[in-house]
Write a protein that binds this ligand. Structure first.
Ligand code: PEP
Ligand code: MG
Length: 584
């Protein structure tokens, strides 16, 4: 097999060597294969069983509905049950299995696709919208059919060493990426995606080498091909020669040694050479990430992306986590962090983190009804989350962080709703931290340009550089075609960050950076020089950043940074940042 090399965008460090496991877009949802004649009735039964199980699930949902549940919830369940028993779903796919020999999942998807096409032609808007319901019902059935092992490949029986798998796919959603946690995959390669898409962010948090924006990878790489991912360079080598393999194995061993050495810094306080104490916090997606954060010496959680508790459950209210479920998760994180602060960001849903992957209705989702905008438009959902977070504050130090704020009225409404949630809790006799701190993400340029509006109302600020860059430079952070324009060192970005840090300092409130810039060791000194004293990042980055901090002397770095901030020339900035890194 001929060896070839692909170049893309590096998103998660390290080197992985393994066999390719291909996940085509369709296979990410369902498997496709033809069923042998004698197995057809078994396959039919498999689908019938799944349909029956979903039916039972819907009935159970009905029975478990709280008495005060809104009537729409019951209606939803009714509609889904009706769809499920319609012959279009309960009979037609069985015929497809018998006549075309498709496996159950494929037969169901084929039927749904045909139905969806018919629905698209219907004039009546109400009926047309039922398409989403049909798709959701189909999703439920598919989930049962595929079981929880949906994405796990069969082990390679012909290989005595059982090499681990590298996932190769056209695209992977953040929610799917999260499913890969605890699986035996050792790397990810996708055709599309940007450096700071949430899929990339989750890959980094799993601390697994990954490269995206590989354009043709899923078409060129074949199942079980040997693959090397160089996650630092964004390079993928398929079918490498023995010599290349050996070189990469040697590099891999060196990297592992360096990582082990870093672990020695776990308990060392993050103090610069001139004696300035820096706070290093962790970004987490789920409470399960907390032990890993402590393992790397995190002093708390600076960003808990709570939306991951809400995603991939389907967007309808009866599938969202209840107040009690959320409380359990938030409390787990608080307890796991053993007294260290946990900053819980309220639901940042939308753009590349849709509540329901089947629902992509917004024209420009990144500019649409996302994050706090969505929450203010869905007050019950927001209040439920606020109550759960507030209740978790009775178990340890919790801070509330609100994403995507741009307008004063959004801040005021958010604060009002927090007060409303507190009042509801008092009435119900629940405990919470009455002096809980509330902070704002600064991630829309308008916010960074109107800081007095924020410092007056908020207890702390956290700069979301991922979105700040996306919105300032008008590039979609998920789109690999504009990924080359994603530049954290653009003078406009540096100005906005520096202004935010300064405004916080002047007002005497804490400012953190929780976007990906905080974990990039190439930028550590620059951020320190701007006055940043609180960094929040993936635990995997934390010790490398700490090492940079320990080597940094602010008495030389700060004046140099001031000079950088006076420049508007990208080349001059890039060179000066490089020099900053080399300052002794
Ligand atoms: C950011 O925008 O920088 C951020 C931290 O939030 P997210 O990446 O989840 O949008
Ligand atoms: Mg953001």
């Amino acid at each position: 097999m001929a060896s070839f090399t692909l170049h893309g965008i590096p998103v998660s460090r390290g080197i992985s060597i393994g066999r390719a496991h291909l996940l085509t877009p369709a296979a990410l949802d369902v498997k496709h294969y033809l069923v042998a004649e004698e197995q057809l009735e078994n396959e039919v039964r498999r689908l019938q069983d799944a349909l029956a199980e979903v039916h039972r699930g819907l009935q159970a949902l009905w029975t478990d509905l709280p008495k005060d549940a809104p009537t729409e919830l019951g209606a939803f369940i009714d509609v889904h049950a009706l769809i499920l028993s319609d012959p279009m779903i309960s009979e037609a796919p069985l015929d497809i299995i018998r006549t075309r020999h498709y496996n159950a999942e494929w037969a169901l998807v084929t039927q749904i696709d045909e139905l969806s096409a018919q629905f698209d032609e219907i004039e009546d808007e109400y009926l047309r919208e039922r398409k989403a319901d049909i798709q959701q019902v189909a999703e439920r059935v598919l989930k049962v059919l595929m079981g929880s092992a949906q994405l796990v490949p069969a082990p390679l029986s012909d290989d005595p060493f059982q090499p681990q798998m590298i996932v190769v796919a056209h695209d992977i959603s953040p929610a799917d990426m999260l499913q890969f946690r605890d699986r035996s995959f050792i790397g990810f390669v996708t055709d599309v995606g940007g450096q700071n898409s949430h899929t990339a962010i989750v890959a980094r948090s799993l601390d697994i080498p990954a490269a995206v924006g590989m354009s043709q990878a899923s078409a060129l790489i074949e199942q079980d091909d040997w693959v090397i991912i160089d996650g630092d360079a964004g390079v993928v080598i398929a079918n490498p020669s023995a010599l290349v393999l050996e070189q990469y194995r040697a590099r891999q061993a060196l990297m592992q040694k360096a990582r082990k050495k870093l672990l020695k810094l776990k308990k060392t306080p993050a103090i610069t050479r001139d004696g300035t104490l820096i706070t290093l916090l962790a970004n987490i997606e789920l409470p399960d990430d907390c032990p890993g954060a402590l393992e790397c010496g995190a002093e708390g959680v600076g960003l808990f992306r709570s939306e991951f508790l809400f995603m991939a459950r389907g967007g309808h209210a009866h599938r969202l986590p209840s107040e009690e479920e959320q409380l359990e998760q938030y409390r787990n994180a608080v307890v796991a962090m053993k007294g260290r602060p946990v900053t819980i960001r309220t639901l940042d849903i939308g753009a590349d983190k849709p509540l329901d992957q089947t629902e992509h209705t917004a024209l420009n989702p990144a500019l649409g009804l996302r994050a706090i905008r969505y929450c203010l438009a869905e007050p019950q959902l927001f209040l439920t989350q606020l109550r759960a977070i507030l209740r978790a504050s009775a178990f340890g130090k919790v801070r509330l962080l609100i994403p995507m704020l741009a307008h004063a009225f959004e801040i005021d409404q958010s604060l009002l709703m927090i007060e409303q949630a507190k009042a509801q809790l008092r009435e119900a006799g629940h405990k919470y931290d009455t002096s809980i701190e509330v902070g704002a993400m600064i991630e829309i340029p308008a916010a960074a340009l109107a800081l007095p509006m924020f410092v007056k109302r908020m207890d702390f600020l956290s700069i979301g550089t991922n979105d700040l860059i996306q919105y300032t430079l008008a590039i979609d952070r998920v789109d690999y075609e504009v990924a080359h324009l994603y530049n954290p060192l653009h003078p406009a970005i540096l100005q906005l960050i520096a202004m935010t840090i300064m405004a916080g300092k002047k007002a005497g409130i804490d400012v953190a950076v929780c976007g990906e810039m905080a974990g990039d060791t190439k930028l550590t000194r620059l951020l320190l020089g701007m006055g940043l004293r609180e960094f929040s990042m993936h635990p995997a980055q934390l010790l490398s950043v700490k090492q940079e901090i320990l080597n940094c002397d602010l008495t030389t770095v700060t004046p140099q940074t001031r000079k950088i901030l006076r420049s508007m020339e990208p080349n001059v900035i890039a060179e000066a940042v490089e020099q900053l890194r080399n300052l002794i």
